[in-house]
Design a protein around this ligand. Sequence first.
Ligand code: WT7
Length: 633
Amino acid sequence: MAIRPQHGEVYYPSEEVIARARVKDWEAMYKASIEDPQAFWAKEAEELEWFRHWDQVLDDSNPPFYKWFVGAQTNIVHNALDRHMKTWRRNKVAFYWIGEPGDTRTISYRELYNEVNRFANVLRGLGVKKGDRVTIYMGRVPEIVVAMLATVKIGAIHSVVYGGFSVEALRERILDSESKVVITQDGGWMRGKVVPLKDTVDQAVVQTPSVEKVVVVQRLGPEVKPVNMVPGRDFWYHELMASPLAEGPSPTEVMDAEDPLFILYTSGTTGKPKAILHVHGGYMVGTYTALKYVFDLQDDDVWWCAADPGWITGHSFIVYSPLVLGVTSIMYEGAPNYPTPDRWWQIVETYGVTAFYTAPTAIRGLMRYGEEWVRKHDLSSLRILGSVGEPINPAAWKWYYRVVGGERCPIMDTWWQTETGHFMITPVPTVPLKPGSAFRPFFGQVAEVVDDEGNPVPPNTEGYLILKNPWPAMLRTLYGDPERYVETYWSRFPGRYFTGDSAKIDEDGYFWIIGRVDDVIKVSGYRLGTAEIESALVAHPDVVEAAVIGVPHEIKGNAIHAYVVLRAGLAGTPELEKELIEFVAQQIGKIARPEKIHFVDKLPKTRSGKIMRRLLRAWTLGLPEGDLSTLED
Ligand code: WT7
């Protein structure tokens, strides 16, 4: 039975899209999947290889500590690489890589397999063991994939830290994870400038006792970026790879389905970033299934997820699921508008990209330059588009659909989180789409929008977005902090997963994500905690107190505004504003830079001492102040 929405503007898939798609009847498949989610997931899991079959699909005896594929053994690298060596795919292109200056590389599955095997031996040789943590601080180069897969192949756990994070942010994450080895590169290219990754590592590791070795990939070379190598601690990747350490057989470690795969730090409501933990079995099955059905990738596809491997989007949809699925991917090092605003479209044309996935902020940014830049290129290879990271406003959706997709390509607006591993609210290519709506829950999942008491709200009413079913790729815990895991996700609405987002469901059952309801701000799709930015500000000697809010921004989605109380006697000058903005960039990274600092004498607080951010937002946006009865004075 086809879905026929009755309300709003609706875009239907073409016959061509329907003819090719794996999912012809979304409703029937969804219905079956939620009648028996375990059967749905077990069937998907059977498509992959396991060293030992599971005894039980789901163990829900100790919620919210769910376990999937209990008793099974595998290694995600076995499915991402090893198993392809038995088929024709060994000669298939895994990655077309494009450096920002225009240098290129083509890497087959076989080449990637060989490189990962050698580097796995190197890591073993450096003393990395099963369960050890390895921090990876790199740009978008093929070696980041090698580093991640080699770590996982030997049973160690990676913690990838986005290459735009500062010294302080990197140090904090190395310390928290107690990493033994850090893998980095001399530097990378971004907008024609060198990103000095190794220099940042040098500064970060001076106070990190766990770090024994630093491995450095040479991307730029000494003429472009000389780096300091500390004897006994720092090693060149290419020298290690050419050494006897790399030689010999390189077995893939047999892992339990529930063994840790990676940790990834993300921002939360309070305090320090939290380390989301994902595991081998469930994450492998979930990300594979999601990419397969939602982007419908097949053997003739060229897939481009234009995210950074440093975020979950890159982990799941540049590295793991495309390789498990055996598809050909694009990886591009640099900025979308460098040297000209058509850089991305040029790559799409050159490589015949068929499926393209990016964030609304990038679309809005490129829209600004005008359609001509897109029209210069033949984008007829594209057949499907995707969006992720924040709500996509209908105007950007329609531009993406018309100008980039040539009115042929359905747009998969995928709602998900670092915690969920893959798309949780998402269309598939064959369903009718509404610009700005992420459609409905993915297979196996039931989502609701509820009020404060946890009761579903009527159609078109804003409420909290919750997920009702456990799913294989769900986070297992917060690394080292299981209490915070329970508290953050499972206590607001007991027994349900609380997403931290608000949403509406319309009369047709379509979900419309509104945004975060906690103290998380999405800036250009990046996830930042107000608490982190506030503690960065108060670390400045002139600042006594700070409060941070997100305000709507045309391109970034949200921009950061900070309200700052200075030490007595100090005046808030434009120079100090600039200094504080740079100070935050130094403490966290450029992505956290406030757009505006408001200097105030004091912050509005409730009688119990809580900062009234609502009032700050009203002031900034010129809105009514609302109820002031709880205000301190
Ligand atoms: C938050 C999670 C998951 C990949 C990137 C973000 C927002 C994500 C959408 C979307 C509206 C979205 C939510 C969510 N978000 N995708 N399609 N529509 N909002 O992962 O950094 O963990 O952020 O991003 O607010 O909670 P993340």
